[in-house]
Design a protein around this ligand. Sequence first.
Ligand code: FAD
Length: 493
Amino acid sequence: TGSTEETFDVVVVGGGPAGATAATVVALRGHRVLLLEKEVFPRYQIGESLLPSTVHGLCRLLGVADEVAAAGFKLKRGGTFRWGTDPEPWQFSFALSPRLPDPTSTAFQVERSRFDEILLRNAARKGVDVREGSRVLGVLDGEDRVEGVRYADADGVEHVVRARHVVDASGNTSRLHGQVAGRRVYSDFFRNLAVFGYFEGGGRLPKPNDGNIFCAAFDEGWLWYIPLRDDLTSVGAVVGPEHTAAIQRDPRGAWRRMIDSCPEVRDLLRGVPTATAAPYDEIRVRKDYSYWKKGFWKPGLVLVGDAACFVDPVLSSGVHLATYGALLAARSINACLEDGLEEKRSFTEFEDRYRREYGQFYEFLTTFYDMQKDHRSYFWSAKRVTDVSAPEAEAFADLVGGLVSGDAAVLRPEEFGERLTAAAADVSEAVRRLSTTGDRRNPLLESTVISGVFSEGRQLQEQALYGGGLDAAEPSAGEVVPTADGLAWTVQG
Ligand code: FAD
């Protein structure tokens, strides 16, 4: 077959959770979407512990929640931590959050190969033209905007696709993100290395917490312990960069040694063999640096998921940020394609909200890595960071459930149509907090983008994003808010 040139409204690069979400949300509004994925699914990926915002919010909006619920994934009610100064493990339950009525106060531990394939096949069912084995080589640069991409199909034949909008959802190895605002900015704080593998089973925490993620600190870092199936457990170590050489020399040996040096995890795995069937037979090593971009979009090109930003995985926020960020970008694309909003305003909305969500996790994590505190102190930090009016433990559950935005898309998408925009009581307090970010170690909140938000006089809405509840005031006229179906933006009349 020869090379072709085609035209779509939108082309999405990458078929992980971010790409599948962005593509589906645009297709649900009837636009023509092409998704290009270099692998053929199912493909392996790390990031197996999900949040309620993804399972009950985004997945419902995408029309795939029932299929995910029926897939037999391990039910996750919360997390258990051997962390900080508490001598015994402590835990949180998503049910602590009053925003999550039963049965939405749960998530799943998933084999990503299966979960990601469900989202990708759903995208195709919703009208997305999904092409696997299709590697994007670069973007088409127009005079003042990106105008499409070039890609190679499975036979190596190159093709050109023109589109009004390109979404880069190609993950942490993205080769396109440099088109927007230069290089990634790496956190000075989170520069870890992860080494991970699988066991054919393992002990479980006592019911009803047997599906919890268990995170246990040890001398060199921390371990995750994720029950995926009765006969499959994901175990990973996250350690500082000083261990790089030892891990590279002998990944399996280093992984075993770290597990053995953490009694709580070692005891759960006593006598349990490591997995031998692909893709779980390998020990994998990945850089686990936190990073973000100075800008998340330029005309014609928007970054979502790991292509845009990544934060340390201890709170399992990756897929939540990827899918929620993708929804925000897709709303902006839909608003532009439908002449609802001018491009700059539409994508500024996306970027502000995405940064805010990322920033909350980032900021909280800087205090969570202080091991000289106990769980009450972490809960208190969550309340300080999120500004929600709930008690400390509830604030923590809201944050680690991915619920702080108050966006109905992550809470109860079926109720879109009623006004669920979060807002808040005390605007001046929020402004004060954001203008004194200097000592809060959050490079994102110091960025000109965020301070620009305030000079534009949109404090009310930002405060809303920073943690209002559903019992909140109506948005005021002129604010950008989600449309009634949750799939685009509109201006509040
Ligand atoms: P990806 O899932 O990486 O998908 C990107 C897709 O793009 C891939 O399928 C790739 O094949 C494709 N692609 C790449 N280049 C091209 C190209 N040129 N052309 C076409 N296609 C291309 N997250 C959680 O939610 N929970 C966790 O417990 C968790 N644990 C983690 C532990 C570790 C050690 C690490 C490093 C991360 C963890 N994460 C976790 C984060 C999670 O892995 C990511 O945030 C998530 O996978 C991001 O999704 P994505 O769609 O942006 O990217």
